[in-house]
Design a protein around this ligand. Sequence first.
Ligand SMILES: [Zn+2]
Length: 309
Amino acid sequence: MSGRDRVEARLLPPAQLLATAPWAAATAVMLYGLAVWAGWWAMLAVVVIRVLFWLRAMLKFWAAPDEITMIRRHRQWPDMVPYGPERTEPFTALVGAMLDVTKAAGRSDTWLRIVLRTWAPEAAGMALPRRLVAVHISAARELPPHHLRAVVAHELGHQLIGGWIFASIQNLVATPLSDVFGLPSKVLIAVMSVRTRWEIVPTALMAALYGVFLAALTAAMVPAIGLHSAATLAMVCVLQPFPTMWLNWRGEFLADRVAADLGFGPALFDYFSTRGTKFEPFSFSHPGLITREIRICGRVRDWPSDQED
Ligand SMILES: [Zn+2]
């Protein structure tokens, strides 16, 4: 990573956490309201239940086994831990990709941990805590070797950004409120990505959706802090997904840059341009493919030439 990228990688996770501050404030306001209305014990009970669920989710995340661990467990307890031959071939392909990428990054063979994933087929690769990279089993089986390397290199970029502690705190302070009341902005982002012209009906529906969620969130906070503050905080919260989306995109561009700098830029470009849908629009978590391709083009110095002798 270049010096500038390293600074950005350092700043991104705390910035993401900072961006969720409105949700943390709204959560605190609602808990305070609950304490006044039902008593402090009720508030305490809600906090304890929330923290327990969060701990359970974190433990599951943190303890997620990699493929080597799964194979070892299978050898130890073949009846209890199944490991089918259908995993062997994609595993070999993935190990090859992982070794090439870590070598290009100047890291040891064991720096990245890998696992074949069977859930969430829409994403080929996924970065998880403790340097675990989860690649979907069909991607490991079907992608040509250079595409698989490009995917792993991009995920290595996410691992270099890291910040899992920040992400988990962010999850604790923002959810479930952000999941519920962030909905209108997430719907708007989804609609914006596929719609360039706005007719009257979708516009009116969007406005109504914002109105309902804004009113509900305000109403929930009024008892604790009064109408004016509640309405202001609700407005900031409901629009909060936009700065988070911007930060999400920066993380994706940065991971792409890492992959490009390691020499996997042309492969990543090729992977994007041959992906099933020719035009993949942007989303809350990812910028559009065209934008990413353009940026990769700007980053790659040496394109492999077919005409070379
Ligand atoms: Zn990514």
